[in-house]
Ligand binder design. Structure first.
Ligand SMILES: [Zn+2]
Length: 229
């Protein structure tokens, strides 16, 4: 089934092995997949969704290490998946299909982990107030705008696409997006601003990134900035 995994999802599964081995565990459980997601530091979508939902990686990592003990030192040759981890990966495939995707990314793995409610990953995420429905909504929202990776990255990519239109005659497939508010080409008009927003009814403030059209001010997307590492 792994041939449909994206590079980052594949890296995540590989890293889960490492997370298990480094704790002398003879199996890869859902908790190792979650640890791998948070420890990969490759800006994977699963971790980004968790960040957008206010999950603090250090707290999750500490909680998992509180719940699972380091195993006795021994030589472990093969580290198979537990039935629950296997089920979570099967569910990731199902989540991908439900969303109409022909690949499995780390975001689908995250949803799979949340669906496998008996797994330790789902339990720890429940403690961190990440229910499946919320994570699913966040995944859908992030996938709608490539800017989720960072407005700047999107702007660079848009510029590259614009430049390539002049270089290559065959670039008809590169259709620049337009503002739904004023129809301006977002190649020129897209911008972003990070603002401190007050918490509803509370004393807290959080940083939020707004992607908007510079021509008319229409907000295209917004998300909380991940907590600083
Ligand atoms: Zn506009």
């Amino acid at each position: 089934m792994f041939e449909r995994f994206t590079d980052k999802a594949r890296a995540l599964v590989t890293r889960a092995q490492f997370e298990a081995r480094s704790r002398n565990h003879a199996h890869i459980g859902t908790e190792h997949l979650l640890l791998a997601m948070l420890n990969s530091h490759d800006n994977n979508m699963g971790a980004r969704v968790l960040g957008a939902l206010g999950v603090q990686p250090e707290l999750v990592l500490a909680r998992v290490d509180e719940l699972v003990e380091i195993g006795p030192e021994r030589t472990i040759k093969r580290v198979p998946f537990t039935p629950r981890a296997k089920k979570a990966l099967d569910l990731a495939l199902r989540e991908a299909m439900k969303l109409g995707h022909n690949y499995i990314g780390t975001e689908h793995v995250l949803l799979g982990l949340l669906c496998e409610t008996e797994g330790m990953a789902a339990r720890v995420l429940a403690e961190a107030s990440v229910p499946y429905a919320t994570a699913h909504a966040a995944v859908v929202e992030m996938l709608q705008l490539p800017a989720a990776a960072g407005a700047e990255e999107f702007r660079d990519r848009a510029r590259d696409a614009a430049a390539s239109r002049f270089e290559r005659v065959t670039a008809a497939d590169v259709l620049p997006p337009v503002c739904p508010g004023c129809n301006a080409s977002l190649l020129d008009a897209i911008a972003y601003k990070v603002l401190d927003v007050p918490e509803d009814g509370g004393p807290g403030r959080r940083r939020m990134c707004f992607v908007y059209c510079e021509a008319c001010g229409h907000v295209l997307n917004s998300r909380f900035e991940p907590e600083a590492e």
